[in-house]
Design a protein around this ligand. Sequence first.
Ligand code: ZN
Length: 80
Amino acid sequence: MPSKQVHVREYTVRAHERVIHTRLYKFICKQCNKDVERETYGPRPLYCDRCRPSMTRTEMGKKKKPRPVLVKQQKRRNAS
Ligand SMILES: [Zn+2]
């Protein structure tokens, strides 16, 4: 496989403040299928304020259990 070295410039983004604006979205709620309006900073919402799952709930659901560390196992031979 051919390969070459490329130079990757280092760059950092300093902490900064910026003004973001809310947008008023008119959409149909996925849950109740109602024509609703919602003002949000983020992307187009899927659910109205009523059906929107609570943040804490989603946070809980996202939590992953720590994976067990793989330990090399010696192949067991049939003793006895
Ligand atoms: Zn809804």
